[in-house]
Design a protein around this ligand. Sequence first.
Ligand code: NAP
Ligand code: FE
Length: 388
Amino acid sequence: MNPVSTLNYFMPTRILAGKDSVYNERSFLAQLGQKALVVTGKKSARINGAYDDAVKALTANGQDYVLYDRVMANPTDTCVYEAGALARKEGCDFVLAIGGGSPMDAAKAAAVLGIKDIPKEDLFGTSFTSALPLAAVPTTAGTGSETTPYSVLVDTTGPDGKTPKEGGPAKRSIGSPLLFPRFAFLDAKYMAGLNRETTVNTAIDALSHAVEGFLSRRANYVSDILAKESICLIMDNVEPLLAFTVDSAAAVFPAEAREKLLLASAIAGMVIAQTGTALPHSMGYLFTINWNTDHGRANGLLLKSFLFWCREREAAASISPRIPELCAALGMELEPFFAILEKLLGQREKASEAELQDWGSQPMKNGANTYIQPTQEEILRIYRESVG
Ligand code: NAP
Ligand code: FE
C-alpha cells in the first residue's frame, strides 16, 4: 500500500501501560473532573483488584466517585440509560470504565447520557454532540474498546421497534469520535484470574479485529502496520493459549503472555478505530443474539470460511491480493492457522436449516466494509460452512 496515497489517521487515546498504571499514572485521571461515574460489571472488577486500585487513585487525587456495577455481558440500552441517569443524578463530570468490553461499551454510552437524557434514536443514530470525558481500564484482552470510538449495545426493541419475540433485538454499534477514551490504563495483573474460556475467546476477538481491519476497504498504511503487529503479537502467544485447558488454573497462564495479549488487543482496537470491523463481526452478532455465544467465539467460528472465501475471490478476480501478506503476519499459511483455530474453538455449534436460511438472508452492515463485497449467497455459504 502506498504510504501517502490517502491517509486519515486519528487516535486521541493516551495509552498508559504497565504494572500499577492506574495508581502510578493517576495524575492523568485528575485532569478529567471532580466526580467519577465508575462503571463495572457485576463482580470481576472487585475480585481482580481493578476497582480497589481505581478507588485508591481517585481518593489520592481528592476526586469523588459513585459506582454503577450492574453491567451485564452484551449490555443493553436499558442498562446504559440507568447508568446515564445515575451520572446526572450524582453530578458526575467524568466516567471511569473498568472491565471487559461490556462495561467499557456501556460506560461510553453512559458518558453521552450523563450529560443529557436523549432519545434512543439519537443515541444509536449518533446525533449527540457531547459526552463526559472517559478513561478505561480493560480487564480482558480482546475488544480493544479502550482505544476505539465504538460502543456496541443490544437494542432490546430492535431497530424498527419490534419486540424481542418478533425478532427485534439486535447488536448495534454506535461510533463517534466523542466515544474515544481519553486515557487507557493497561495493567495485565487484573487478568491473572481470567479463565480459559474468556482468555481464549477474547484473544480470538482481538485477532479478528486485526484480520478484519486488514481486510477492510478502509484499511490504510498505518492501520496495516498496526494490524500486522497485532497479529504477530497474538500468534507469538498461541502456544500458551493452546496449552490453557478448561482444567488449568487461571494462574498457570504466563503473565508475560497476558501482557502481550493486552497490548495486542489495544493495538487491534487502534486498527478498527480506523477501519471498522468487516463481515465476520456482523455475521457473528446473530450467534450472540440467538445463541448467546461469546462475542470472540462468534467471530472465531466464522474466520475460517470467511478467509477461504477471501482467498478464493482474490484468485478469481482482479482484486489486489491481501491474503499472502496476511499469511506473512500470521507466520503460516491459512491451513495450519485454521488447525490452530479449530483446537482453540473445540466442538462447533450447529445451526438448523431454518436458522441458516434466516441469517443468510439478512443484510450484513459490515459486509460493505469488507474489501471484497459479499453476495447474499456467499453470506449463506459462510454460515453453512461455519455452523451448518
Ligand atoms: P465481557 O462481557 O466484558 O466480560 C466477560 C466475562 O468476563 C464477564 O463475566 C466478566 O465478569 C468477566 N471478566 C472480565 N474481566 C475479568 C477479569 N479480569 N478476571 C475475571 N473475569 C473477568 O467480555 P468481553 O469479551 O471483554 O466484551 C464483549 C463485549 O464487547 C461485547 O458486547 C462486544 O460486542 C463488545 N465489543 C466492543 C468493541 C468495541 O470496539 N467497543 C469491539 C469488540 C467487541 P463481570 O461481568 O463480573 O465483570
Ligand atoms: Fe469484537
